[in-house]
Design a binder for this molecule. Structure first.
Ligand SMILES: [Zn+2]
Length: 312
C-alpha cells in the first residue's frame, strides 16, 4: 500500500475507534500515538502508561474555561468563572493531591472552587473528594444516592459492585443536584446535570458550553456506562435497574456534544479529543463521539444480558 494511502487508512481507523465495539471494562486499546498526524500532545507524551490512576500528568487547557486537571488514568475537570470555579471529580485519595497540584500549576487557587461535582460514587473518581472539600470548603453536588454514599463513605446496596471496595473518606457537606442552593449554583456555572444511573445507581453526567469569544463548544462529561459488577451479580435479576440503565444510554446519545470527556480518559479516547480540538479550525468537530460512546456501551450491556440469560 502506498504511504499516503496507509496514512489515510490509519487516520480513518483512529477516528473510528470510539465507535468500535470494546469489552465492557472501562479501558479500550490505546491509540498508537504515531498514527495521529502532527506533533504529539505533551499530555499524551507524559501519559503513555496512561491508564495508571495515580500517575501525574500535566494539566491541559481543553477549550475556553475548561481544563483537564486529572491524572494520567482518572479525569478531573476544572471549569473556571469570574466569581469562582467548579471541579468535577477528585480522583483517588492519592490522586486528589495531583489534582490540587495541577490546579495550582495552571495559576488557579483551590480556595476559589465553589462547587464540587461527582460522576459516579466509586473511590477511583471521588475517593479524594473529602480531601478536596477540606482544601476548598465547597459543597459536593451529585445525585441523592451519590451524596448519601459520600456522606457515609459506604457503597449503596444497589451498586452492581457493592461489597467490592473499601469505604471512602466521608465528605461533610453534600447536596443533591435538585436541592437547596444546588440548582442556583449549577445554573451560575451554566452546568446541566444528566442522570445516568447504571454503572452505579447514583451516576451523573454533566454538560456545559465553553466559549472562546463568540465561538462556543458543547462539552459533555459522560459518566462511565460500563456494566461491571461483582462476580455473583446478574444484571438480568434487576430488571428495573437495567431499564434505567438503557434510558441512560439514550440520554447520552441525545445530548448535543462537540467534545466528549469521560471519567476514564481511555474510555472517551482523550488523545483523539485533543487531536480533534487542535485540528478543529481546519476540519471542524464531528458530533458523533457521544452517540458512539453510548452505543458501544449499550452493545456491551446487551451482550452481557444475553450471556446471563444463556447461562440460566
Ligand atoms: Zn466505577
Amino acid at each position: 500500500m502506498e504511504r499516503a494511502l496507509l496514512g489515510k487508512a490509519l487516520r480513518a481507523l483512529v477516528l473510528a475507534l470510539p465507535l468500535l465495539g470494546a469489552a465492557p471494562q472501562e479501558t479500550v486499546t490505546v491509540v498508537a500515538t504515531d498514527a495521529v498526524p502532527g506533533p504529539v500532545h505533551p499530555w499524551v507524551q507524559a501519559c503513555q502508561e496512561w491508564d495508571e490512576w495515580d500517575k501525574p500528568g500535566p494539566p491541559i487547557k481543553l477549550y475556553g474555561n475548561t481544563y483537564y486537571v486529572g491524572t494520567c488514568g482518572i479525569s478531573a475537570i476544572l471549569i473556571t468563572g469570574k466569581d469562582g470555579h467548579a471541579l468535577i471529580d477528585s480522583g483517588t485519595a492519592a490522586g486528589a493531591d495531583i489534582v490540587l497540584a495541577n490546579i495550582r500549576k495552571l495559576g488557579f487557587d483551590p480556595k476559589d472552587i465553589k462547587l464540587l461535582l461527582g460522576s459516579h460514587e466509586h473511590f477511583d473518581h471521588v475517593g479524594g473528594m473529602a480531601k478536596l472539600q477540606e482544601a476548598t470548603g465547597a459543597p459536593f453536588v451529585s445525585s441523592g444516592i451519590a451524596v448519601e454514599t459520600m456522606l457515609t463513605g459506604k457503597a449503596h446496596p444497589d451498586d452492581p459492585q457493592f461489597g467490592m471496595h473499601e469505604p471512602m473518606a466521608r465528605i461533610t457537606r453534600g447536596l443533591a443536584y435538585g436541592e437547596g442552593d444546588a440548582p442556583a449554583l449549577l445554573q451560575g456555572f451554566g452546568i446541566s446535570p444528566i442522570r445516568t444511573p447504571g454503572h452505579t445507581p447514583g451516576a451523573m453526567s454533566w454538560t456545559w458550553r465553553a466559549c472562546e469569544g463568540e465561538d462556543c463548544l458543547n462539552i459533555l462529561y459522560a459518566d462511565s456506562l460500563s456494566a461491571v459488577s461483582r462476580d455473583d451479580y446478574r444484571f438480568s435479576d434487576h430488571t428495573r435497574y437495567v431499564a434505567e440503565f438503557f434510558v441512560s444510554f439514550e440520554r447520552i446519545a441525545a445530548t448535543r456534544c462537540d467534545v466528549l470527556l469521560t471519567p476514564h480518559p481511555t474510555a472517551g479516547n482523550l488523545p483523539l479529543t485533543l487531536s480533534l480540538l487542535e485540528r478543529r479550525s481546519r476540519d471542524g468537530l464531528p458530533n458523533f463521539a457521544c452517540a458512539g460512546y453510548a452505543s458501544k456501551q449499550k452493545q456491551a450491556l446487551t451482550m452481557r444480558l444475553s450471556k446471563e440469560f444463556a447461562a440460566k
